[in-house]
Design a protein around this ligand. Structure first.
Ligand code: NAD
Length: 256
């Protein structure tokens, strides 16, 4: 490494979409980025693209405590102190209340809420002495419920309370870690490809872009992952030193 990084960042969900865009954004800023995901091929490809001087690949299942312990040991083992944790790993789920099984509900909560809890606890643990920032990805659907995505909306709403509570606890205990949530509206990522209704819509509309435009309707257009990464980058930066326990809707006004 030619210059020493000013930030050491762990990004979960880095193999795709918003997480990958965040990893690239921090690396552009000369940070050292630990790119973590359960999709190993994806993180390896991202690390190859960014370059080994600014990126390392980490295998991580965010729902699994042992996996977190191993990942944090690996970060510590490199001898650098974490300054930022961005938690972008998450799954979408589109099923209406009456069709949502308990198994499905728990699957969504495991990734979106247990994952956020473990990210926050491990992040605070790693940075409690040296200080830092945690940014969790919420969703506009956690502020204004999305019809047909109750488990998802509920999980993201709970992420906002998790951040507020963790931020307050850090303040109360003199721990210099800020905890915030960035909640996008619709973002053009492959997350949508996991939903059958979207695949049907792409077929009907002729392209993904046309499907995103149809979904947005007269509301705000879908964002790019890079636009969301820019907000995450700001929230994690020293310029946002007064922000903690906040949920920022980065949604083009969707929740207004
Ligand atoms: P994406 O599907 O492109 O990326 C999500 C990544 O999380 C994938 O690489 C996946 O492998 C990883 N992941 C999933 N479960 C994991 C696990 N158990 N352990 C480790 N990694 C895991 O999705 P995205 O659109 O980039 O979403 C990123 C975050 O932004 C999510 O939390 C999502 O809920 C949120 N969000 C997305 C949108 C949108 O429209 N795309 C809108 C609002 C909020």
């Amino acid at each position: 490494m030619t210059e020493s990084p000013w930030q050491v960042v762990l990004v979960t969900g880095a193999a795709s979409g918003i997480g990958a865009a965040c990893a690239r954004r921090f690396a552009q800023d000369n940070a050292l980025v630990f790119c973590a995901d359960r999709e190993w091929d994806g993180v390896q490809a991202l690390v190859a693209e960014i370059g080994a001087s600014h990126a390392r690949a980490l295998r991580l299942d965010v729902t699994d405590e042992d996996s977190w312990n191993a990942a944090m040991r690996e970060v510590q083992g490199t001898g650098v102190a974490l300054t930022t944790l961005v938690h972008a790993a998450g799954i979408s789920a589109g099923s209406p209340l009456r069709e949502t099984s308990l198994v499905e509900w728990r699957r969504v909560m495991a990734v979106n809420l247990d994952g956020a809890f473990l990210a926050t606890r491990h992040g605070v643990e790693a940075m409690h002495a040296t200080g830092g920032a945690i940014v969790l990805l919420g969703s506009a659907s956690g502020i204004r419920p999305a019809v047909g995505a109750l488990a998802y909306s509920t999980s993201k709403s709970a992420v906002a309370m998790l951040a507020r509570g963790a931020a307050k606890e850090c303040l109360a205990n003199g721990i210099p870690v800020r905890v915030n949530v960035v909640s996008p509206g619709g973002v053009k990522t492959s997350m949508w490809r996991t939903m059958p209704f979207f695949i049907d819509l792409v077929e009907k509309q002729g392209s993904e872009d046309a499907a995103f435009a149809a979904l947005a309707g007269t509301g705000p257009a879908f964002a790019t992952a890079e636009e969301i990464a820019a907000v995450v980058h700001f929230v994690a930066s020293p310029a946002a030193s007064q922000l903690t326990g906040a949920e920022l809707a980065a949604d083009g006004g969707y929740v207004l």
